[in-house]
Design a protein around this ligand. Structure first.
Ligand code: PMT
Length: 400
């Protein structure tokens, strides 16, 4: 899990986006983090301390002193406990306090005791976000070495539209993953990753395709970007999106377009990872108009698509080349055959038929086979987690 054992202190201040922090805490826990939450008194009007303590599995810090138990909560101990602090949402008022060191509640006192990296996700109305005071306060936090997670644009609770919405919980998570997963060995490397299916046109409304969702390829792209690589993600048709600034998405439809996109970038990349499910054949001729339902039978002539992975392997200079194989029988034998025939550095084998494995699922279980014949098995896990594990294993082995 990408945040396994990391201690994350989440600070919630009093804005409407506080309701999203329940989701954020869930995401952190799913990634294996230890989570403590602290809240300003005003934030409990938007989300209850009980919600955050239940989801985090830990008491919530709001006051220094609990009159019922007579206990004092030590803000310095909380600050030293944390591997990182993330404050979200941060209102204009809390931002001003953070920028200028006002310590009038437990959250602010803990913030001022921080010895760890600090992330700040502001959320406020459009005009407040654009005010020079807010800009100056955000700049000031950055000048302290803290990371500001910019507000996003969209509909605001006030009814206005523009920048001011807190970044989505998934984006907050990504900032923390980038922080903890960063691996200097990936920095300066560019990786082309193919993802998703290809659609081969029969006529303007029909195509030959397959069930690939793109989840495996997108997960690899996001994990590689978190590790510090620049990524060119060549994706067939899928509904998936990514907003990671280190990922350039090139959308294609057919195998020929995917080949062209890979060829266009191949000289600039250090690795190629080919996770897409490319159609092996395409209709020899795609009809200009919709084919009418007149004949009792219909024959479509197919011709072979070029093999993108084989092209990349044959045209490599120093690139590392990693393929995928999806097999329904004799998986190991077929995957090893592809590894040898296509002269790959490694191949990732999915064996269809096992529950939760392969097309469309959120999870996967694979074997990673190196050209040395070393095999590493990965048990069923989310495609996101698997992507991090695969990249670590590849990096540990490909430069031996
Ligand atoms: O997208 P998801 O729903 O998350 O599913 C992930 C996945 C199962 C699609 C993925 O993990 C996977 O296994 N992709 C490869 C599937 C496949 O079709 O394998 P293959 O045995 O046909 O091809 C072997 C390798 O050659 C693959 O790296 C493939 O990208 C590549 N290839 C194949 C044909 C072709 N014309 N060009 C290619 O580059």
């Amino acid at each position: 899990m990408s945040l396994e054992g990391k201690r994350i202190l989440v600070g919630v201040t009093g804005g409407i986006a506080a309701y999203k922090m329940a989701t954020f805490v869930r995401l952190l826990k799913k990634q294996g983090a230890e989570v403590r939450c602290m809240m300003t008194p005003a934030s409990s009007d938007f989300i209850t301390p009980l919600t955050l303590s239940t989801l985090s599995g830990s008491p919530v810090g709001i006051d220094f002193y609990n009159p019922k138990t007579g206990e004092w909560t030590n803000h310095v101990e909380w600050a030293l406990w944390a591997d990182v602090m993330i404050f979200a949402p941060v209102t204009a008022s809390s931002l001003a306090k953070m920028a200028h060191g006002f310590s009038d509640n437990f959250l602010m006192a803990t913030y001022l005791s921080a010895k760890c990296p600090v992330f700040v996700a502001p959320a406020m109305d459009l005009d407040m976000y654009q005010h020079p005071t807010t800009k100056a306060n955000l700049d000031r936090l950055e000048s302290f070495g803290y990371t500001v997670i910019p507000a996003e644009s969209g509909f605001l609770a006030s009814g206005l539209e523009g920048q001011g919405r807190m970044a989505e919980p998934e984006v907050l998570l990504r900032y923390l993953q980038d922080h903890f997963q960063y691996d200097a060995r990936f920095s300066g490397k560019t990786i082309v990753i193919t993802a998703g299916p290809t659609y081969e046109a029969i006529d303007p409304v029909r195509f030959i395709g397959n069930h690939s969702s793109g989840k495996m390829g997108f997960s690899l792209a996001e994990a590689a970007a978190s590790k510090g690589a620049e990524v060119i993600l060549v994706s067939g048709p899928t509904h998936l999106k990514t907003s990671h600034e280190k990922i350039r998405v090139v959308r294609v439809t057919s195998a020929l377009q995917m080949l062209e996109a890979v060829q266009h970038h191949w000289d600039q990349v250090d690795w190629g990872i080919f996770a897409s499910a490319v159609a092996d054949y395409r209709p020899t001729v795609a009809a200009d108009q919709k084919i009418k339902k007149t004949a009792e039978t219909l024959h479509i002539d197919l011709e072979k698509n070029p093999d993108i992975l084989s092209w990349a392997s044959a045209n490599r200079t120093a690139q590392k080349v990693v393929g995928f194989a999806l097999e329904t029988q004799n998986g190991l034998e077929y995957a090893q055959g592809k590894l040898e025939k296509k002269k790959l550095d490694a191949i990732v084998l999915n064996e269809m038929g096992e529950p939760g494995v392969g097309f469309g699922t959120d999870t996967n279980s694979v074997k990673l086979i190196f050209k040395s014949n070393k095999i590493r098995s990965f048990e069923l896990q989310s495609k996101q987690e698997l992507a991090f594990s695969l990249l670590n294993e590849l990096m540990n082995n490909l430069y031996e």
